[in-house]
Design a protein around this ligand. Structure first.
Ligand SMILES: Nc1ncnc2c1ncn2[C@@H]1O[C@H](COP(=O)(O)OP(=O)(O)OP(=O)(O)O)[C@@H](O)[C@H]1O
Ligand SMILES: Nc1ncnc2c1ncn2[C@@H]1O[C@H](COP(=O)(O)OP(=O)(O)OP(=O)(O)O)[C@@H](O)[C@H]1O
Ligand SMILES: [Mg+2]
Ligand SMILES: [Mg+2]
Lengths: 227, 227
């Protein structure tokens, strides 16, 4: 469902060029659960942003569910981002002046879902990540790991077929982290495709496959034997 | 050098009260390296903010280097915060429109340090955390782990005697995380006191002592045998 060919992403600053992605090619089958690892600064977020249709590569092609993404109109891209894809950001990107519940309702609000259904579904999603008693807290009234879980709940609310998660357990203790992994594995068993960046090997081992990056390149691609 | 007695911190929201800290007492000797662990939402950041003189408890007392913190004037508190304490925030708190170098120079700028010295020292601090080629990048031009390392460099620039670090390796791969731990251990050997929140046991084991929290209370206090 995901195929990339010779992706490059450069940032030019004055007379230096940062090669954030330096020729990346791979495919991910529908329904696969993949972990992405690699050192800080190796290009993981840059790659995830391109896969999530949030940014474009400098050169190279990306096919999503058979469509060449560079050929999609802005309107088609917006539809993909809102309905096909759920994105958990490394820095959460929550609305600072809105409660956890309003933050999670946002994708449903844009879809024109009726208020009573929005509220019910947002509260279910928050309860599923252990925040059943935090609906009305705003981000600055939540712990770091609680904000992270609001970001996860918001990404999953539309039950998107593809989930991109950038360090979803970076601020979570092992029990909370395992409960998020259980949530992801349940979605995986239902057929969702999951691409998750993590720096923790124990979290990566919940996936079927680990792709490791260094200096903007894919250096190892390992398939794990799941029990 | 740090002593707390029956610390309580409540947040009242409408008719519910969140007991973020529910009666915490302990002492930390000068020059000790302590790790703080516990589930998401257990009160770790709330505690660290009080120890770092960034917030006040609802009830209870805190003595820092012999002074009762509740008796210090705003001016004395500001001096302590700027010179005695270095604080690495869980969400970094960087200036979004300033480069890595300017962010790290900030404490020196407030101290009236001459520009040439500020620049030299900020660049040394950034190089020590592996960002020698990122001086002029702004936070949105840096990876998550790079922003985290800018926050660490800024906290250490004044060589403060007490360092508080809230999840300093949450966004770092194991190699970068280990290199930050090496930096902390070097400072510890020079006599600095370090109090570090982490959710990763392997990181916590670099410390001499691990205090574990749950629901706003200290539940275990273990001394590790260092090799
Ligand atoms: N301003 C606030 N108003 C209401 N509740 C708050 C406020 N700040 C924090 N809390 C609550 O206090 C509790 C402790 O928060 P704290 O940030 O100390 O947790 P933590 O241990 O650092 O968690 P994490 O590991 O997720 O960072 C949380 O349950 C949080 O929801
Ligand atoms: N807008 C930008 N301008 C210049 N350089 C950038 C920009 N965005 C990212 N970079 C650089 O591109 C490289 C890759 O960044 P990226 O965020 O993809 O890393 P990452 O693998 O996600 O790292 P981390 O594990 O620390 O989150 C980094 O070295 C970073 O400094
Ligand atoms: Mg990243
Ligand atoms: Mg915290």
């Amino acid at each position: 469902v995901i195929r990339v060919d010779e992706l490059h992403k450069h940032f030019t600053m004055g007379d230096t060029t940062v090669r954030a992605l330096d020729g990346v090619s791979f495919t991910i089958a529908k329904g696969c659960f993949v972990a992405i690892m690699g050192p800080s600064g190796s290009g993981k977020t840059t790659l995830l942003d391109i896969l999530g249709c949030l940014s474009r590569p400098t050169t190279g092609e990306y096919w999503l569910a058979g469509d060449k993404v560079s050929n999609l109109s802005d309107r088609q891209l917006a539809r993909v981002r809102n309905h096909e894809i759920g994105f958990v950001f490394q820095n959460f990107n929550l609305l600072a002046r809105s409660s956890a519940q309003v933050n999670v309702e946002l994708p449903l609000f844009y879809d024109g879902v009726a208020r009573r259904d929005r509220t019910r579904r947002a509260r279910e999603a928050l309860t599923a990540v252990g925040l059943g008693d935090r609906f009305h807290h705003c981000p600055n009234e939540l712990s770091g790991g609680q904000r992270q879980r609001v970001a996860i709940a918001r990404a999953l609310i539309n039950s998107p077929s593809i989930i991109f998660a950038d360090e979803p357990t970076g601020n979570l203790d092992s029990a909370s982290g395992n409960s998020i992994m259980k949530l992801f594995k349940d979605l995986h068993e239902k057929g969702h495709t999951i691409v998750m960046v993590t720096h923790e090997r124990e979290i990566a081992e919940h996936a079927e496959r680990i792709m490791s990056f260094r200096d903007g390149r894919l250096v190892t691609d390992e398939w794990l034997h799941q029990n």
